[in-house]
Structure formats: structure tokens, C-alpha cells
Design a protein around this ligand. Structure first.
Ligand code: FPP
Length: 227
């Protein structure tokens, strides 16, 4: 969800106005994804690197998260969306943790779509934590080193309950991954658009889905093999 700051600058507003408008886009895209019967939608809401932003912006973003969770809670339930989070929640303010836990608990039985917020998330850190836990298990003879395989790694990631990513969308013209879901994007289709996140409407999302549908996903095989 990139480009909130640039959107605000273009509109002659403070950066935070871009985030506020970005939160409205979140609402529209989440609803559209559920309507399109997408089973998993994961949003990069706050990265481990985002702590390096000015303190005022970080605080306002945290406040926006709390108010968005409060505001969207009933809509999530109405659309049968289950909220989850990935990332290290320990360093988040209690207000965010409490509201997040409340909504996660209250939406846990919803089955239409899983909406995952990546919060204080960094894929490298996620992999390091998994390696540490696995190493300890090996050291304590809980896992034998020869048995370590893909499923061992996956089951120790924050994202253990997520399937591989089919489509990764980044808005705002930047063509980078920025430490997002590194394991799960191994075979993801990448879609980059110049549209800034606050301007990314459901029509833009539909366009990305149409583009994705046209792609041939070979997973290392030949075209003939996948027909
Ligand atoms: C990137 O744009 C955006 C963020 C770091 C924050 C994303 C947050 C929201 C969309 C609002 C709240 C989220 C939820 C889940 C309700 P940027 O600030 O890096 O933009 P720039 O590159 O143009 O400066």
C-alpha cells in the first residue's frame, strides 16, 4: 500500500492525510476482494523499517490503525471476514494490540476471507526467528537435521497459516519487494502500478486481477505440461 505520502504532497496536504485516505482505500479493497471470492488478502500495513519514520507519523499511524479497526469491525463481520495479523506484535502500543486482539477474537469464526495485517513485519526477521527456533529444536533433539524441509520452515514462520502468494500488488510506481513475505512469494506473480494507494479504487484492483488471470503460471514446467 505505497504512495500515501506522495498522494498527500500532490494534494498539498500533510502526509497524514494520505494515510487517512489510504485507510479508506483499505476498506474499499477489502470489501471488493471478499466480493471477488478471494480467500486470502494480506496487507503490508507497517514494516519493521517503518519505525524509522518521524515519531509523530508513527504515532499517528498507530492511532489510525486503532480507529480503523474500531470502525471496520462490524463491516468485517457483515462480510464474514476473519482478521489475522503477522509480525512481532510485542513492540506495538497496547492500544493497537488490544484492539487487534479484540477484533481477531470476534471475527475468528468468519469463513469467507482471511484478511491478514502485516504489522511490525519484516520477512528477514521472520526467517531469522524461524531458524533460531528450528536450531533450538535440533539442539534439543526435537527435530533431526535431515528431516528439515520446506514444511519445517513454513510451520515456524509468522505466516505459517497463509498459502503461497498468487498475486503481489504494489502501488505507487515502486518496483520493489521491501522485505514482504519473502518465503511465500517464491512463485508469486508481481503487479506494479503507478497509481498511488489512496487513488487505488476497486476498478484498479479488478484490472490487476484481470491481468493476473492472463498470466501463465508454469512453476518451472513447460507450457505444454500445464495445459
Ligand atoms: C506507505 O505509503 C504506507 C504506509 C507505510 C502505511 C500504510 C497504512 C495505511 C494504508 C493506513 C492504515 C492501514 C490499515 C490497515 C487500516 P508511504 O507513506 O510510504 O508513501 P510515500 O512513499 O508516498 O511517502
Amino acid at each position: 500500500m505505497d504512495g500515501n505520502g506522495r498522494w498527500a504532497k500532490k494534494a498539498g496536504k500533510k502526509r497524514f492525510a494520505g494515510h487517512t485516505r489510504g485507510a479508506e482505500t483499505v476498506s474499499e479493497i477489502v470489501e471488493e476482494a471478499a466480493r471477488k471470492k478471494i480467500k486470502f488478502l494480506t496487507l503490508f500495513a507497517f514494516s519493521t523499517e517503518n519505525w524509522n519514520r518521524p515519531k509523530k507519523e508513527v504515532n499517528l499511524l498507530m492511532k489510525l490503525l486503532v480507529s480503523s479497526l474500531k470502525k471496520e469491525f462490524s463491516r468485517l463481520n457483515k462480510n464474514k471476514i476473519k482478521l489475522c495479523s503477522v509480525g512481532d506484535l510485542n513492540s506495538l502500543p497496547n492500544s493497537v494490540k488490544d484492539e487487534l486482539m479484540f477484533v481477531i477474537e470476534k471475527t475468528k469464526k468468519n469463513k469467507k476471507m482471511v484478511l491478514t495485517l502485516a504489522l511490525n513485519y519484516g520477512a528477514k526477521e521472520e526467517i531469522i526467528e524461524a531458524v533460531k527456533t528450528i536450531s533450538n529444536k535440533v539442539k534439543n533433539s526435537i527435530i533431526s537435521p535431515e528431516k528439515v524441509d520446506e514444511s519445517t520452515i513454513i510451520s515456524h514462520l509468522y505466516t505459517r497459516n497463509l498459502p503461497p502468494v498468487d498475486l503481489l500488488i504494489r502501488t505507487s510506481g515502486e518496483e520493489r519487494i521491501s522485505n514482504f513475505l519473502l518465503w511465500h512469494i517464491a512463485y508469486a506473480e508481481l503487479y506494479f502500478t503507478k497509481t498511488l494507494w489512496p487513488d487505488f479504487k476497486k476498478e484498479d484492483f479488478q484490472k490487476a486481477l484481470i491481468n493476473y488471470k492472463k498470466r501463465e503460471r508454469r512453476f518451472g514446467k513447460t507450457s505444454e505440461q500445464i495445459i
